[in-house]
Design a protein. Structure first.
Length: 370
């Protein structure tokens, strides 16, 4: 089949652009339904590393003439025990008759009755597999007449492109998970980060930084944003970024972004290792607000890591929050003498050389991430 510009515009380009949609490939599915004159369709996407109980991503699409009809029930279809989806050969288009169980007349009658009840007389199944990283199943159905050879040919032709898009989606999903884990860990510490170019333009900001700061678009058509700060702060920030970008590795600067809230940003020359192609930042900015973990989770973590009792862990955490042994003991309904005895047991179990060393151990251990 010769691929004309409509194929590129309506099917292949939406496959590339649709990777970033949530759920993915909505425009592609709508265009595919229109091109094949399907009545209804669904796309099921499962990731190989998803939990067994996790629901697959299911995208339902209907032609305008079927907009009021209920979406295809993929669970009901699965319960019909048609040709097992996992056994479908990737890249091959299957007709409805190939999915039915002709070896068992009673089951065949049950399948036909259920399909008729769902308004499915003709259908095409397509499975694509991304090398063990993800799988997708595509179903198109019609009610009054079968799909044309042109429609089936178009469906077969998109199989390798959908496979490539699925492989890219799997890799992107893994990268999103890595980024989300890193951002969540920093947020638990009250830390936000930004990437600057040598001119002080903000290239990227994590969610915590977005919440703490205000931004203004870069003037003109240039990409990126600027921090919305006072003019003298903006000049200092731009100068610091330029100096760090031109300076040796390991350089740092601190800029007070807001005097009223005492919000500072630590700037350091970027040493990120990024794969090409990428836009390398010149400077990384780090913000931090006072933020401590919930006491209940912290106590559990301290007890588990150091073998402390609940009372001992609660006292250790209170000390790390800045309370004195006596103050913490009083809040925990301990006498001063009992609190001091507890502290000695804490030092012995943790190996801390004293109160300051205990605080260091708590703050540099797993407790802040509880």
């Amino acid at each position: 089949m010769a691929f004309l510009s409509p194929d590129q515009r309506e099917l292949f380009l939406p496959l590339i652009e649709g990777i970033h949609e949530s759920p993915p490939w909505g425009a592609f599915m709508r265009n595919l339904v229109a091109r094949t004159y399907a009545r209804r369709a669904f796309l099921i996407v499962t990731l190989a590393n998803a939990m067994s109980a996790q629901e697959p991503t299911v995208l339902h699409v209907a032609a305008p003439r079927a907009a009021q009809e209920p979406p295809l029930d993929f669970r009901r279809l699965d319960a019909l025990r048609l040709h097992p989806f996992g056994a479908l050969r990737p890249g091959r288009v299957y007709a409805l008759d190939e999915m039915l169980d002709y070896d068992h007349p009673a089951r065949l009658a049950e399948q036909r009755a259920a399909l008729h009840d769902m308004g499915i007389r003709y259908g095409r199944w397509l499975r694509v597999s991304a090398g063990g990283a993800a799988d997708a199943w595509l179903l198109l159905v019609r009610e009054r007449e079968d799909f044309s050879a042109t429609a089936v040919s178009a469906l077969a032709a998109i199989a390798p492109h959908l496979t490539a898009a699925l492989r890219t989606l799997g890799a992107l999903t893994e990268q999103r998970l890595q980024a989300a884990m890193a951002q969540a860990a920093l947020a638990r510490l009250g830390v936000g980060q930004l990437a600057f170019d040598a001119g002080g333009r903000v290239m990227a900001a994590d969610p915590w930084a977005e919440a703490l700061l205000a931004f203004t678009p870069e003037p003109g058509l240039a990409p990126g944003r600027r921090l919305q700060v006072l003019p003298d702060v903006a000049r200092a920030l731009d100068a610091a970024c330029a100096a760090l970008a031109a300076g040796p590795a390991g350089g740092t600067r601190v800029i007070r972004l807001d005097e009223r809230s005492a919000l500072d940003v630590l700037l350091r020359k970027s040493d990120l290792a990024l794969a090409e192609p990428c836009a390398f930042p010149a400077v990384i900015g780090t913000l931090r607000r006072e933020h401590r973990e919930a006491a209940r989770e912290a106590v559990r973590t301290l007890a588990a890591v150091h073998g402390l009792s609940d009372r001992e862990a609660a006292l250790a955490h209170a000390i790390s929050m800045g309370e004195t042994i006596v103050e913490a003991g009083r809040r925990l309904r301990l006498t001063s003498e009992t609190a001091r005895n507890y502290s000695k047991r804490i030092y012995a179990k943790t190996g801390a050389a004293g109160q300051a060393d205990l605080v260091r151990m708590v703050l540099t251990g797993l407790t802040p991430f509880a």
